[in-house]
Write a protein that binds this ligand. Structure first.
Ligand code: CUA
Length: 339
């Protein structure tokens, strides 16, 4: 069952769950073929058996049969439940993001994929990942709907304007695999693709080292936060603290004005930057100006990464999960994510 790629229509299997997707697919084909053959054979067989032998013959009447009714209700029920359960298990494995992933940010744009690693490296229409490591992509788009699709990994996810979507995979074989946009997004949709390079960890480390990085997303976010956008003037603590405390907030439940609670995830932070009055934290005034139109999706990604790092979310970088958390005080050095 492990490798079904001898079928020439199928791309290579190169992720940890690719075989599950293929197994489910082949199961569906097997079930369809089995019943297809029975139905077609029945149609032909009965057409021959009950063909007109004499004009205006009256056939004997047939009444219902309880056992037969039960049989053809029960069997399809069991078969469809196996399909449902198989699909649910594969879907769960594929879209439940596991712990301790390496995080990479992806921004779609007519008509290219812009990728940024936790250590700062950027690439366009290419994605380099190490083999045998769980990788999480956090994705959004600057314009229209796109869809990030890696056939060899048997995974794809829509990339939606105005929100973050995520997907994950663990590549199992070093190599070069196609990357596509799988959502019609305009004139050059068919050209919006590239390559995923799966490398041994050592080669990947070399690649990272050889591609001297810009600031990491966390550093870039901190720069925006303290200097360019001036978020720190209200959010950095001290006497001037007028905005919500951001330290330790990520992933926690936050109480809003009006009594509602939300989880402070990537989406919430993004929304709070673009539409601050929408979900105000209890105890604060709705005085924050909107940053809509002033920050790009890539800058938003950096700000979110920085705010995550204030909660010690080490996955914001590619450093080992035990890496020390970034500190809160704006004067302090950002956590060194480059090693
Ligand atoms: Cu982007 Cu199609």
């Amino acid at each position: 069952m492990q490798d079904l790629t001898w079928v020439p229509l199928f791309p290579e299997e190169a992720s940890s769950f690719a075989w599950q997707v293929d197994a489910l697919y082949f199961y569906l084909i097997a079930v369809s073929l089995f019943f297809g053959v029975i139905v077609v054979a029945g149609v032909i067989g009965f057409a021959i058996k009950y063909r007109e032998k004499e004009k205006f013959a009256t056939p004997p009447e047939i009444h219902g049969s309880i056992p037969l009714e039960l049989f053809w209700s029960f069997v399809p029920f069991v078969v469809s439940m196996t399909i449902f359960l198989g699909g649910a298990v594969v879907y769960y494995n594929q879209y439940k993001i596991p712990e301790d992933t390496m995080e990479i940010y992806v921004v779609g744009k007519q008509w290219m994929w812009k990728v940024q690693h936790g250590t700062g490296q950027r690439e366009i229409n290419e994605l380099h990942v190490p083999v045998g490591r769980k990788v999480k992509l956090t994705m959004t788009t600057e314009d229209v709907l796109h869809d990030f699709f890696i056939p060899a990994f048997r995974t794809k996810a829509d990339v939606v304007p105005g929100r973050y979507t995520t997907m994950w995979f663990e590549a199992t074989k070093p190599g070069k695999y196609r990357l596509f946009c799988a959502e019609y997004c305009g004139l050059n949709h068919s050209g919006m693709g590239g390559w995923v390079y799966v490398m041994e960890q050592k080669d990947f480390d070399n690649w990272l080292a050889g591609n001297l990085s810009d600031q990491t997303p966390v550093q870039q976010g901190e720069d925006l936060f303290t200097n360019k956008l001036g978020c720190a003037s209200c959010h950095a603590g001290g006497q001037n603290q007028r905005g919500a405390v951001l330290e330790g907030i990520f992933g926690k439940e936050v109480k809003l004005v009006g009594g509602q609670t939300v989880i402070a995830d990537e989406e919430y932070i993004r929304n709070s930057i673009l539409n601050p009055a929408g979900q105000v934290v209890e105890g604060y005034q709705p005085i924050m100006p909107t940053f809509k139109g002033q920050v790009t999706e890539e800058q938003l990604v950096a700000l979110v990464a920085y705010i995550k790092s204030l909660s010690g979310d080490a996955s914001a970088t590619t450093a080992a999960p035990s890496a020390p958390a970034a500190t809160m005080t704006p004067q302090a050095e950002p956590a060194d994510a480059s090693n």
